[in-house]
Write a protein of this length. Sequence first.
Length: 562
Amino acid sequence: MLTLRRGEQLRARLNAACRRYLAIKAEPKAVTVAESEYSAEPEYPAIRDMSFKGRKLQSAAEWHEEIRQVPTVEEKMIKINMPRYYGYKVVDLNDTKVPFNALPLTQHYTRTVLEELPPKQAEPGEEKVDLDATVKVARNDIIEALEFAHDCYKHQLTLLDTPPDAVTREQQLTQIIVEQINRSALQVLSAEYPHLNEVEIDYNPRHEAFWAVGGVDPPKNVVKSKKGRDWQKADAYDSVDRLVQYTGEPYLALRHRHQLPTWKTPEESENLTLANQLPRYKHDARTLGYSTKYQHAINVPGYWPSVNAPNFGMLSFQSRAHLQLRPQACGERDQLEALHALGIQSSYAWLLAQANYNGFNTYNELTYPLNTQTVITNGREWSFYEYQLNTLLVHGPHVDSNARVNFCRGTAPQPLYAEISPEGKCVDFNDGTLRQLLTLYINAPSIQRTPDELMPYVSGPTLRRAADYENPEQREFLERTFKHLASKRPRHLELPEIYMWEKLYKIDNRTRAMEARRRFFERDINPWKRTLDQHDKEYVPRALRPGGRKNREERFKKTYYP
């Protein structure tokens, strides 16, 4: 009887619990938009191109986005070098060699429109500068500087046992002339133009820049490789990207903490019709005489990122001594095109390196233009250029779709003086050339940008350079890695090489079947696919380990690759 009552009680409790559960389940519940599996507007997943070419483009776009998300300037440049332990194969552009007919290639590689430099005119609302009075004041000092430079160089030649060659002699003389003229110009103008008191002068600075260029015909080995694969046969003759590394060393460079004013509006810079009219040089750069080399991607505008210094280029003086090695039979037009090509590539490279120190690079577009001024001289002949950098996207499909172009405007060579007489006096001094030169000094940097506008792709106001990290080990690692890459030192172990006997007896003819397979090509190892972080870590002795002698997890120093 007792057991029956207990069963009825349990059954009653179970029925009551079921009724409460059904009542709660039947209550109306407010469904939020976030919890609903339906939306007011249809949402479709992105349609992705799953072909081999489409997947390669998507992979490249994701890598470019990863570079943009890297927090500091040094880490961005290390990130670009991560895929190649031994460096990239690059086209070697420099300021000591400009091959014949190099202007179309230079315009294509830098996406630059070349114009003639107009005479200086005052902008609306700007005070008119009395250049005649300025030239009259500076004329005697500049002439005295020229005569002193020639006398100084003659004295230096008397101390040499062997006279230098013509190119070296011109470079040495021009170096003295440029330094003396710059000293005299700053001394005369700095009282009236205060911005010249704030410039920083770099003597023989290191200007290097790295970028990628699209729209180039593929080499024969690439065509042959793609034809051997069924999924790439149709794309065998598609254009490829070529990597470019510029290396230059101007006589002199002036930098300022503010930016030079722009002379092209955004509407004028975005012109797809003008971009499509640019020269296209689709052949290999080696067909003109350029060489290729293997090295890491380097961007150096004359100073290190950790230096708290003015970071906008104002004026640079380039050498034209290499023109003495060009055949005179090519004529004056060839020399003029060579000067234009040098003015374009040196200006573009210097601005590109400055843009890298502000967080931009060849894969992440500029958000504002950059300007600089360039002078190419041998002491007597002077060429003047102004350059405005509007875009950095020249790789891949951007070579056809990018509407932005860069602008360069320059002049033909103008003589500053005819000669220096045997008595050491300057003959036939040209006031017009001096006027043009002083105009570049008078052009005052006036554009000021906020830190967020200046460096939009870095982490934030407290983290812009590697020196901003609180962890001392991380700061030291990033600084050491970046400067080691920029030093262009060879790796501890050289790139593996296939010897001729191996190619003959192991690759072309398999005649050593019983020999142990130890070489990299026998084990299907591609040394070029070795990444920057694939190396042995630095060992930490037991006595120096933070966690104690038996802490095996801290046997090696930690790395901080981006």
